[in-house]
Design a protein around this ligand. Structure first.
Ligand code: SF4
Length: 334
């Protein structure tokens, strides 16, 4: 660990200014990912800007019927908030599928959005890694890649985003609120995270001077028909091999609206609004779901250890729709 300084911010503008004054500064809230990265010699902050006193711990109703969640709300507070549990149970379930109770008690919404991949090479400072050291190479492409991407990867990086929360936020069409030196702006959650392309060192479209201040959910929460299905190697405290967040609105056996975001398959939560639009008006049956899974997984590519994820993802999609609608679509995955 390197030597560092510590400062505590008193307000959002103060935090942004203290952070901007030092090119090697890092914001710290729960610190559950930053401290790991630091211990492994992947992160080297020269200045920690503690943002825990900022007024960003509220969960409040929006005039449009949605809900605004402050960036410092902890995962536990979010998952067990009565309004979130009642109106956005998909989000509660996804949050509770991640990490351990101890981590959820301190990890925050803003930190969850910004957590970095768990690629083993990224955490091993003794190996090359384009994300850690641009231009050094990506050993995962031909190496140990069981947990890696099947969609949206590049020759420069095949890492996946590790969050469960963000998969549900993507399915719910959440918006991210940001504040920087020039003021506030918002980004759709789906535009917040990036695919690796030729710059895998950049996980998100957050600017250097910006702080995540909140996440906003629209009014539609799919409380009646939703599911978060996470397939992993252990029953708890493990990252997803594949996960799916599904919300469905039905008219009898016909689909009025549906969302499906995948986790564990790409550098960002994976959604295809075009494939979802094609579901509208279709009968909810095995054929519809099989076609939808094929569309959502179009272009999927497996590497040495992870080609199984393509079939697994198709099955997880079908299972998530089955759970969400309390139906069985066994024939869709035979
Ligand atoms: Fe680094 Fe990405 Fe390759 Fe992993 S997959 S070694 S994070 S460049």
């Amino acid at each position: 660990m390197n030597r560092f300084s510590y400062t505590r911010a008193d307000g959002v503008p103060d935090a942004i200014e203290r952070h901007r004054a030092n090119a090697a500064a890092a914001f710290i809230a729960g610190g559950t990912n930053l401290v790991d990265l630091w211990r492994e010699n992947v992160a080297h902050p020269a200045l920690l800007v503690d943002i825990n006193r900022l007024p960003l711990r509220q969960i409040e109703a929006c005039p449009n019927g949605g809900l605004k969640i402050g960036a410092l709300v902890t995962n536990s507070a979010l998952a067990y908030d009565p309004t979130v549990a009642a109106r956005y149970p998909l989000l509660s379930k996804a949050v509770l599928a991640g990490a351990s109770a101890q981590i959820r008690n301190v990890a925050t919404v803003g930190g969850n959005l910004l957590q970095r991949t768990r690629c083993v090479y990224f955490y091993d400072a003794g190996t090359p890694c384009n994300k850690r050291e641009p231009g050094s190479g990506c050993p995962a492409v031909t190496g140990v890649n069981r947990m890696h991407a099947i969609l949206g990867a590049s020759e420069h990086c095949i890492a996946v985003h590790p969050s469960d929360m963000c998969v549900a936020l993507a399915a719910l069409d959440a918006t991210v609120h940001l504040r920087g030196k020039d003021g506030a702006r918002t980004l759709p959650l789906l535009a917040f995270h990036r695919l690796p392309g030729d710059a895998p060192q950049r996980d998100t479209n957050l600017r250097d001077d910006e702080l995540v201040t909140a996440v906003e959910l629209p009014a539609q929460g799919f409380a009646a028909h939703h599911a978060y299905v996470k397939v992993r190697d252990r029953a708890s405290y493990a990252f997803a091999l594949v996960s799916a967040a599904v919300g469905v609105e039905l008219d009898g056996d016909s689909i009025l609206d549906a969302r499906c975001a995948l986790g564990g398959v790409a550098h960002k939560p994976w959604r295809d609004p075009g494939a979802e639009a094609a579901l509208r008006g279709k009968p909810l049956n095995a054929r519809t779901l099989r076609d939808f899974a094929a569309a959502l997984l179009h272009g999927a590519h497996g590497y040495r250890d992870n080609a199984f994820k393509i079939e697994l993802a198709a099955r997880v999609i079908v299972r998530a729709f089955a759970e969400a609608t309390q139906r069985s679509f066994e024939e869709a995955v035979r």
